[in-house]
Design a binder for this molecule. Structure first.
Ligand SMILES: NC(=O)C1=CN([C@@H]2O[C@H](COP(=O)(O)OP(=O)(O)OC[C@H]3O[C@@H](n4cnc5c(N)ncnc54)[C@H](OP(=O)(O)O)[C@@H]3O)[C@@H](O)[C@H]2O)C=CC1
Ligand SMILES: CC(=O)N[C@@H](CCC(=O)OP(=O)(O)O)C(=O)O
Length: 313
């Protein structure tokens, strides 16, 4: 049985830990760890990178840029969970469901950038609708979202340990780091507006995009998403106007926690036929980070794509 070796640079952070938890049961991947005191030591990290098949970067952006160079200097393939390389042309964007050719691009890439959590929701909602010209690519889309506090990494987790505000809106200056990847990979010709918030819960996320379109197109938006993601293991398009299969007309951010799934909702009201609310629900640490990273690792190593992508129950 083939066993690949990987090194997680940033193994003790929020994303790194959840990748390790997932990989603990992986039959084809062995994770090499670095001694705690050497975790920031360039030569120790370079030596590990030289001995593995893929290095996964779970570091802040600047540290990820430096680490990517270290890995490149020893010829090691890289999967970067940070936002440092997501729109860099020499890197492949690690969203397998982006377009039909994306899996092959990830499988053969030397350098793969794992997408941002909010961006994953926004891109999967918008891209097929723009491709099919149901929405105009020059629209200024207004995206709102709420995330669990683990999205802010160990610092934010620490802040919330003894309680925190129920709801905090942030990035009120139109300049969130996910906007470039949403624009590039959503194929938008205009910079979107993005307005995130963080809530007092650990994991889970909702991404909302209200859209205005030609009257009567809401069902077409839904069927386009349904056709586009038919057969996808991790992307579930809910029924048209179905908020919750249990019939409760409310959405919580928690429905996908622990999994690598993302759910897409298309919500409309026939009284207002020119508008539709698009919603994505995902686990910020699942399809938004660590689950997606394991999915990409599997693809990069030529393994079955869904091996250990969900957290064991
Ligand atoms: N949390 C989330 O939901 C998501 C996070 N991401 C991205 O993944 C990356 C990691 O995020 P997250 O896990 O949340 O962050 P954390 O803050 O939880 O973890 C960061 C890790 O990086 C290590 N680190 C920091 N600076 C350096 C350095 N200069 N050299 C070596 N190691 C360093 C820290 O170790 P120590 O401080 O102990 O030295 C820690 O283990 C970030 O780029 C983030 O943007 C992506 C998607 C979602
Ligand atoms: C709540 C919170 O702070 N979230 C983070 C995004 C987490 C994430 O997925 O982003 P990256 O992959 O780009 O790091 C933020 O808004 O910066």
């Amino acid at each position: 049985m083939t066993v690949f070796r990987i090194f997680i640079d940033g193994q003790a952070g929020t994303t790194g830990l959840q990748i390790r938890q997932r990989l603990a049961a992986h039959p084809h991947i062995k994770v090499l760890t670095i001694e705690y005191d050497l975790r920031r030591d360039a030569s120790a990290r370079r030596a590990l990178m030289a001995s593995v098949d893929v290095t996964v970067l779970c570091l802040p952006d600047d540290a990820a840029r430096e680490a990517a160079q270290l890995a490149q200097s020893v010829g090691c393939r890289v999967l970067d969970a940070s936002s440092a390389h997501r729109t860099v042309p020499s890197w492949v964007f690690g969203l397998p469901e982006l377009v039909p050719t994306q899996r092959a691009a990830i499988a053969s890439a030397r350098q793969v950038a794992n997408p941002g959590c909010y961006a994953t929701g926004a891109i999967l909602l918008l891209r097929p609708l723009i491709e099919q010209k149901l929405l105009r690519r020059d629209t200024v889309f207004c995206i709102n979202a709420i995330s669990g506090y683990t999205g802010g990494g160990t610092k934010m987790v620490e802040q919330y340990k003894n309680g925190g505000p129920a709801y905090v809106a942030y990035t009120l200056d139109f300049d969130h780091k996910h906007i470039p990847e949403i624009q590039t990979w959503g194929d938008l010709s205009t910079r979107p507006i993005f307005h995130p918030a963080v809530g007092n819960f650990d994991q889970g996320m909702l991404v909302f995009i209200p859209v205005v379109h030609e009257p009567g197109r809401s069902q077409a938006l839904h069927s386009t998403l349904q056709q586009r993601y038919e057969g996808e293991k991790f992307v579930k398009v809910q029924g048209f106007n179905v908020i919750d299969p249990a019939g409760v007309p409310m959405l919580t951010p928690h429905g996908t926690n622990g999994s690598n799934n993302i759910e897409l909702f298309v919500l409309a009201n026939s009284t207002y036929p020119d508008r539709t609310l698009l919603v994505a629900r995902l686990d910020n640490l699942g399809k938004g980070a660590s689950g997606a990273a394991v999915q990409n690792l599997n693809l990069m190593l030529g393994l079955q794509e869904d091996l250990c992508t969900h957290l064991a129950a």
